[in-house]
Ligand binder design. Structure first.
Ligand code: FES
Length: 348
């Protein structure tokens, strides 16, 4: 007698809804660990003046967003504490979710962090589905509601071990007023597992912070001089007659400092904000504001495009038009001029 044919999809049909959430749980946990490590290992994250400086990002996120008052109250006055705190919190949440310990609580904390990002960092992203935080909020929700139900998780292992009768459990329980032997054992195991997770968080975060090295600017900078612009005769060889410079022109530096396919930032002579000048492959110069229109990080020139180091917005180097990422609009155009071997910023 032959056995009934086995349908290879039976296993999938019988898959518990909880088990189906395991890939999502692993993804969220791993992403949060990575996000924390990435923040702590970015040398510019807490370096004032760096393009990805958290303080600059926070000001951008707080401006005209519903969650701005939270950042203004708690994060902007304590940038370093806020940055380090959120990075370590992300690593701890990620580890807890990955190993399945206090899964619901950790997922709820992850949801709250992404909700805060949604009403601040991603608030101006249009259309909304281009921002990742809204997706993370809804991805965390089923994990926060059901935890690691139907999935392998450390909390299940600890609960099973706690239910196992132990010869010394009775004696241990005697020392704890009001605690059952199993509850005492489970608490003990949870405390140990939590302490190990805390140590792993500190080790991972500590190594990331140590590995970041010193901050080095990727885009070089030109120094605008506050002195009055030199006259054409002073800036050029005596034999070559140069046209007069536009009024208010400020010398940024020698033209030789900016080679083809390179960019450099400088302080806008009118408002002091960072601007970006680019020498294109054909030798021409263009300049735009270097303040990202998403949340105010300082953009740089990399690989033929203008790139924001904070959340990946990209812009066209010729026109300043946004070409990708969460940018809110084009970079404002700035005036630059090359004359007599020098580069000048022309106030608009
Ligand atoms: S500040 Fe977010 S992409 Fe630039």
């Amino acid at each position: 007698m032959s056995s009934p044919p086995v349908n290879r999809f039976d296993g999938l049909r019988r898959l518990e809804p909880g088990a189906a959430l395991l890939p999502l749980r692993v993804f969220l946990g791993a992403t949060f660990v990575y996000a924390g490590i990435q923040k702590l290992s970015d040398p510019g994250f807490l370096h004032k003046g760096a393009p990805s400086y958290l303080g600059t990002q926070l000001h951008g996120f707080a401006n005209g967003t519903p969650g701005g008052f939270i950042l203004k109250t708690f994060a902007i006055p304590h940038v370093t504490l806020a940055g380090v705190g959120i990075a370590f919190a992300e690593i701890a949440i990620g580890l807890l979710v990955l190993i399945g310990l206090f899964t619901r609580g950790a997922a709820a904390a992850g949801l709250l962090i992404n909700l805060l990002f949604l009403i601040t960092a991603s608030w101006k992203t249009y259309p909304y589905f281009l921002g990742s935080d809204v997706v993370f909020v809804f991805a965390w929700l089923p994990i926060a509601l059901t935890g690691a139900s139907g999935q392998p998780a450390l909390e299940h292992t600890l609960a099973r071990r706690a239910r196992r009768p132990r010869p010394d459990a009775q004696a241990a329980a005697g020392a704890l007023v009001g605690a059952t032997p199993a509850a005492a054992t489970r608490r003990e195991l949870l405390v140990r597992a939590s302490a190990l997770t805390g140590v792993a968080t500190l080790v991972l975060g500590g190594f990331s912070a140590l590995a970041k090295g010193r901050y080095r600017a990727r885009t070089s900078s030109l120094d605008a001089t506050a002195k009055p612009p030199p006259t054409s005769t002073a800036a050029a060889p005596a034999t070559v007659k140069q046209p007069p410079l536009p009024s208010g022109a400020v010398r940024l530096g020698p033209a030789s400092r900016l080679r083809a396919d390179q960019g450099a930032t400088y302080r806008d002579p009118a408002n002091g904000d960072p601007d970006l000048v680019i020498r294109h492959r054909n030798g021409t110069l263009t300049a735009t504001s270097a303040v990202c229109t998403h949340a105010g990080c300082t953009v740089g020139y990399e690989g033929g495009q203008i790139v924001c180091p904070c959340h990946g917005a990209t812009y066209d180097p010729q026109t300043g038009e946004a070409t990708g990422g969460p940018a809110q609009g084009p970079l404002a155009k700035r005036g630059v001029l090359e004359q007599g071997g020098s580069i000048y910023a022309i106030p608009s």
